[in-house]
Ligand binder design. Structure first.
Ligand code: F6P
Length: 322
């Protein structure tokens, strides 16, 4: 199948660096003589035919911008056969021969379903959570961690001044990568992540030990997906340790902001690789970072992979946090 026109869309939760990936797809596509169509609002926009032709200039001044210039959405209709058929028909109508899909693993299911219906799609991992098993790294992860770290550093200042414990909830619906890394980097006293069964007693003991060694203020980091949530832990700490505690949920601030160098570079590398594959008519694959290499896997194979949290890193946290 000769590929003349490719589409690009962003889907699921936005992540800093998505624009750098869009830009890479657009510019490398144009460099290879392809026409590139930007699809607004993910699969919903594909079904509706909400598209615009991209030129080298439509992606000017975007590499450093957070959010996604293509907007994003989560689309229920696309999970049904009728929605998939509409999307396929729309690709035919618009002359779209293949699509680069930037998003999380929910977005890859859609990419696989469309690929097997004859529209080759390539997934590019974009989510702050870093919870995609086939890749060491997802676009937005580095920026989100650094944003969270900056916020926690600020909280540490006020915790110190008032001699308080501040419990901070960071994003990560099912994954503790942001929590674990920011906890180590911020000098937190404890961390709760979904991958490790919460042990509140152990946290109380850790804090008691740290305070008996002279600590006067502390930060505890809790991943959003942990079974014990930040508010609950704040109340337990305040009651059990008889200290002033505050809870801070960082929320969506972690998803915004200018992407870090790492997010921009990895997004650019993965965007270019996606176009290399699409231009050869290859679909049903997801582009990944493995070590320092960019590789690609079959989407089904990628979706079946499991990602484990690095327990050595968790041990580092336990070793240094008192
Ligand atoms: O998957 C990325 C993520 O930011 C999660 O960490 C979080 O649970 C979720 O998206 C929030 O989604 P929404 O923006 O729909 O509230």
């Amino acid at each position: 199948m000769e590929i003349k026109t490719i589409g690009v869309l962003t889907s699921g939760g936005d992540a800093p660096g998505m624009n750098a990936a869009v830009r890479a797809v657009v510019r490398s596509g144009i460099s290879q003589g392809l026409k590139v169509i930007g699809i607004n609002r993910g699969y919903a926009g594909l079904i509706a035919g909400d598209v615009k032709e991209m030129t080298a200039r439509t992606v000017s001044d975007t590499v450093h911008r957070g959010g996604t210039i293509l907007y994003t959405a989560r689309c229920k209709e696309f999970r049904e056969e009728a929605g998939l058929q509409k999307a396929k028909d729309m690709c035919k109508k618009l002359g779209i021969d293949g699509i680069a899909v930037i998003g999380g693993d929910g977005s890859y299911r859609g990419a696989r379903d469309l690929s097997v219906r004859g529209v080759p799609c390539i997934g590019i991992p974009g989510t702050i959570d870093n919870d995609i098993a086939c890749t060491d790294y997802t676009i937005g992860y580095d920026t989100a961690m650094n944003t969270a770290l900056d916020m926690i550093d600020r909280l540490m200042d006020t915790a110190m001044s008032h001699e308080r414990c501040i419990v901070v909830e960071v994003m990560g619906r099912g994954a503790g990568y942001i929590a674990l890394n920011t906890a180590i980097a911020a000098g937190a006293s404890a961390v709760l992540i979904p991958e490790v069964e919460p042990n509140v007693e152990a946290i109380i003991t850790r804090l008691q030990r740290a305070y008996s060694l002279g600590k006067k203020h502390s930060i505890v980091v809790v991943a959003e997906g942990s079974k014990v949530r930040a508010q609950e832990l704040t109340e337990i700490i305040s009651n059990r340790l008889n200290m002033e505690a505050r809870c801070m949920v960082l929320g969506h601030v972690q998803r915004g902001g200018s992407p870090t160098l790492r997010d921009r570079v990895e997004a650019s590398r993965m965007g270019c690789r996606a176009v290399e594959l699409l231009s050869q008519g290859i679909g049903n694959r997801v582009v990944c970072c493995k070590g320092n290499e960019i590789v690609d896997y079959d989407i089904l194979e990628a979706l079946q992979m499991k990602k484990e949290i690095d327990m050595h890193l968790y041990k580092v946290m336990l070793d240094v946090s008192f």
